[in-house]
Design a protein. Structure first.
Length: 386
């Protein structure tokens, strides 16, 4: 049987043979990529919010709003729980991952802290908290290729770069700040200024702008004026982040409707790519400076991180996309792709269907983007990364 609630996580195993899905129903399911058949089902914590494969083996970690993170491993073709991390964060664990080298488990909490765990013992090795962490919930966390650097995003609008070995913060990127909006009676004549000094284009004219008056906010008092009404918009959360392959750049996406590309060394904003609605997830290509984004408008976009050009669109979902994953998979030549859909009887079954806006598979390794949505489907889009 299938998931009984929204599917919020999907990922391929390191050998490309298996995929998992995780949902708010507290269940992780393992699927055979070639056949689309269900391989295993593991009951976990309530309200699973994220999940990830281990980079070097058949192990999966998932975190929950109940404040725990679980690891399952495959032993003798049987999946079982191997470790539970609990009791450290004050509140839920909305984000987490394995470090890329597999040596650590990293979790981000509702309390704004980031914790580094030993997978085998379940002991917390280090905690970044207070001034050295975030002032609000950690919404996303990723590790770089050698496992020593950790990138985090938060509802406080900031992205931070940590070093595990040095136990220090290397860089802070300010993705979102309150914006001062000067009006002359109506919003149609409004001008927008970023309080951090970054010039941002206004959001699409067709969208509704939520504005909240703030009476006592740092650095806002100087904007009072007898002739103009000034208001300040709320900080928009960072929802997704990633390390860009082969480049000294990182990416962040958020509810401010932007994908932003940052220089790791200087901390400067290099590019920003506008979306129609909020950016809920992103993934970076493993070999090339390509970034895929999932937007509330139900469209997946593929961006060139060097130029900021959107090179592809992938469509087909009829509801909000909750999670995406990029991978290179050895697959046979075919003109169609597997779509796992939720049927009326709540079962999950593979259906062969034409995926929208896709490129026919090649005989060599094929690049794919897998996506899960509240429309009840997992879609796999194929493209030629070169």
């Amino acid at each position: 049987s299938g998931h009984s609630d929204s599917v919020v996580a999907v990922g391929f195993s390191n050998d490309g043979q298996l995929a998992f899905t995780g949902g708010y129903d507290g269940v992780i399911k393992i699927w055979d990529v070639k056949t689309g058949q269900e391989v295993a089902t593991m009951d976990g914590p309530q309200d699973i919010e994220w999940a990830q494969w281990h980079s070097k083996g058949r192990a999966i970690i998932a975190g929950s709003s109940d404040g725990t993170a679980w690891i399952w491993v495959e032993m003798n073709s049987v999946w079982q729980c191997a470790q539970v991390f609990a009791g450290a964060h004050d509140g839920g664990v909305p984000s987490g991952c394995f470090s890329a080298d597999g040596k650590y488990v990293l979790t981000g909490g509702q309390d704004g802290s980031i914790r580094v765990w030993a997978p085998k013992t379940g002991k917390c090795k280090h905690t970044f908290s207070g001034h050295f962490a975030h002032s609000d919930e950690v919404t996303c966390i990723v590790s770089n290729s050698d496992g020593d650097l950790v990138l985090t995003g938060s509802m406080d609008g900031r992205v931070r770069l940590f070093q595990i070995s040095g136990k220090k913060v290397l860089q802070t990127f300010i993705h979102s700040t309150p914006k001062v909006i000067t009006t002359s009676g109506d919003l149609s004549s409004s001008s927008v200024t970023d309080t951090a000094g970054i010039s941002l284009p206004p959001p699409p004219s067709s969208s509704h702008m939520d504005i909240e008056k703030i009476d006592n906010m740092e650095n806002i008092d100087n904007f009072q004026n007898d002739e103009e009404e000034r208001e300040v918009s709320e900080i928009k959360s960072v929802e997704c982040i990633g390390f860009i392959s082969g480049e000294k750049m990182v990416a962040s996406g958020g509810m401010d409707r932007y994908l932003k590309i940052w220089d790791v060394v200087s901390g400067a904003l290099r590019l920003q790519c506008s979306h129609v609605e909020g950016v809920v997830d992103l993934r970076c290509h493993s070999d090339l400076p390509l970034v895929s984004t999932a937007c509330i408008d139900r469209i997946i976009r593929l961006w060139d991180a060097r130029s900021g050009v959107c090179v592809r669109h992938f469509t087909g979902h009829t509801d909000i996309i909750t999670h995406i994953h990029m991978s290179k998979l050895p697959v046979s030549s075919s003109s169609s792709s597997t779509i796992i859909s939720s049927n009326t009887d709540d079962s999950m079954s593979p259906q062969m269907s034409e995926a929208s806006d896709r490129i026919e598979k090649k005989e060599n390794d094929t690049d794919v983007i897998a996506s899960v949505s509240d429309d009840g489907t997992v879609r796999i889009f194929h493209y030629n990364a070169q």
